[in-house]
Design a protein around this ligand. Structure first.
Ligand code: DAK
Length: 261
């Protein structure tokens, strides 16, 4: 069993070669801050570089949240240039997950909101626990998804459902997520990890070169230039009053009053 030390991640590899990464910032519902993103980037490199790892599982610590989004306190300080820069950085890291040469499975154990939903969608498949709620609430903060969500959600659930989810900001519960194809399976909390490992074992019985080629070929069907557009739009929103109001309202625990300015 291999393990590696990070500040906000737990990382270990079991004797079958399944690496399990647990996002570990439970007091903030595993929200993604800058350090955590950097560590996630390093963890992906570890998985790519280690020949004894065959499948990668990403989950969140505790039973409440997979990841409750990008860290809103950090987001609230962004300006147009830093917003676009952060978006491109996050997009790059999530794209590395999507193009990982080994299968990556998200085990969505609770809230997967905003950046959390985007992280789950960058993984190759998703298993959810019964208490999962997946959504893109960015518009309630005066923002849009900035880590590839505007691109991946329509690919996974179709344009119409993606429009509804992003424009209302309302999350879907596990049962609906299964119905619309956003997750592959829904399991009780105490069975979900074993079930996910069983899928991993099925995958790793196959030829690694074939797995790698299949991932590349499937990803090739979904290449587009919308990611750069998403980062630009996100950056522009970072200079608006609505963005300041949306993030302040969350941090001050009040309802946002948007003015369209
Ligand atoms: N960021 C920072 N802190 C968060 C957080 C988040 N996303 N979510 C929760 N927390 C913190 C809370 O502030 C609270 O901290 P303390 O006050 O205890 O210090 C703690 O976690 C527990 O949360 P609650 O007290 O709120 O717990 P509840 O059970 O009452 O509610 C909740 C759970 C998940 C419904 C609620 O926490 C919530 O609504 N959280 C925010 C969800 C959200 O809006 N997430 C989306 C964030 S926007 C981009 C990059 C990324 C993105 C966009 C652009 N670019 C750079 C271009 C992505 C944006 C997002 O992800």
């Amino acid at each position: 069993m291999n393990s590696h030390t990070f500040n906000h991640l737990l990382f270990h590899t079991d004797s079958n070669g399944i690496a399990i990464l647990t996002i570990n910032r439970p007091d903030k519902l595993n929200a993604l801050n800058a350090t955590l993103l950097d560590e996630l980037n390093q963890a992906i490199d570890l998985v790519e570089d280690n020949e004894s790892i065959h499948v990668f599982i990403i989950t969140g610590s505790g039973e409440k949240a997979f990841v409750a989004g990008a860290d809103i306190k950090e987001l609230s300080t962004l300006k147009q240039d830093t917003g676009e820069e952060l978006s491109l950085k996050g997009q790059h890291i999530f794209s590395k997950i999507e193009s990982c040469s080994k299968p990556v499975i998200a085990l969505v154990n609770g809230y997967a909101l905003g950046g959390g939903a985007e992280l789950a969608m960058a993984c190759h498949i998703r298993v959810a626990t019964e208490n999962a709620a997946i959504g893109m609430p960015e518009v309630s903060l005066g923002l849009i998804p900035g880590y590839g969500g505007t691109q991946r959600l329509p690919h996974i659930v179709g344009k119409s459902k993606a429009m509804e989810m992003i424009l209302t900001g309302q999350p879907v519960k596990a049962g609906e997520a299964l119905k619309i194809g956003l997750v592959n399976y829904v399991l009780p909390m105490d069975e979900a990890l074993d079930f996910t490992k069983k899928i991993a074992l099925k995958m790793m019985k196959n030829g690694p070169l074939a797995l790698n080629a299949a991932i590349r070929a499937i990803n090739a069907a979904f290449k587009n230039d919308g990611f750069a557009h998403e980062a630009k739009e996100f950056g522009k929103l970072c200079s608006t009053n609505d963005f300041k109001e949306g993030t302040s309202a969350f941090l001050e625990r009040r309802k946002a009053e948007f003015t369209g300015k």
